[in-house]
Design a protein around this ligand. Structure first.
Ligand code: AMP
Length: 220
């Protein structure tokens, strides 16, 4: 059976990119509640409309909404062989809910990883982040320049609506207040918490994560 991982950390630390590397490495899906919410927003579903004000303000959407999304994903065939959770859980109530979802299905987590980077670096990474509206590439103005087209497919690069400077500070404050307490929560839990330095190149962080999991005898 595949692995069950959580990748945690503040906005902009690289959870999405590194979560994808881990998912590929272990052949499991990356379950990102942020991506699920953005898909609902873009599709204009009732769920999307319900959470829009929270999302645009950089606030957390209600716990029951994300727990519902995760329960649905767990019960789909895609996640039956394991998963990498990215951006979930973000509150103690979500972590408790996740514990119940796992226990009900007789499942356990293999590792909870916490990526860390200094706040100035997070603000810089988020405010310069650009995403391709067509192929989904995530890049940075430093890599492509301002107003560039997507280097992969040529479509327009855009800024996520919650990546604007005024929202970024609030997202970091929300993280400190509501999500950071989860680090102690998981450190006390049976799985434990593994902190990993999230600074440096994408490849350096990826290799650090792989090495950490190898030392934990998961990556073989
Ligand atoms: P992310 O892409 O993970 O940075 O998430 C972007 C936004 O989606 C957050 O600022 C929240 O508004 C919402 N969101 C994503 N995951 C969660 C979650 N687990 N709990 C509450 N809100 C979430």
């Amino acid at each position: 059976m595949g692995v069950r991982l959580i990748i945690m950390g503040p906005p902009g630390v690289g959870k999405g990119t590194q979560g994808e590397f881990l998912a590929e490495r272990f052949g499991v899906p990356r379950l990102s509640t942020g991506d699920m919410i953005r898909a609902a927003l873009h599709a204009g579903t009732p769920l999307g409309e319900r959470v829009r004000v929270y999302y645009e303000a950089g606030e957390l959407v209600p716990d029951e909404v994300v727990l519902g999304l995760i329960a649905e994903a767990f019960d789909g065939s895609e996640a039956s062989g394991g998963f990498v959770l990215d951006g979930f859980p973000r509150t103690i109530a979500q972590a408790d809910g996740l514990g119940e979802l796992l226990a009900d299905r007789g499942l356990e987590l293999d590792a909870v990883l916490s990526l860390e980077a200094p706040e100035e670096e997070l603000v810089d990474r988020i405010s310069g982040r650009r995403v391709c509206g067509s192929c989904g590439l995530v890049t940075h103005v430093r890599a492509v320049g301002e107003d560039a087209a997507c280097p992969d497919c040529g479509a327009a690069l855009v800024q996520r609506s919650d990546d604007r400077a005024e929202t970024v500070r609030n997202r970091l404050a929300v993280y400190r207040a509501q999500t950071e307490p989860l680090l102690a929560y998981y450190a006390r839990a049976a799985t434990g918490l593994t902190a990993v330095d999230g600074t440096g190149t994408l490849e350096a962080v990826r290799d650090r994560l792989f090495e950490t999991l190898r030392l934990a005898e998961m990556a073989g």
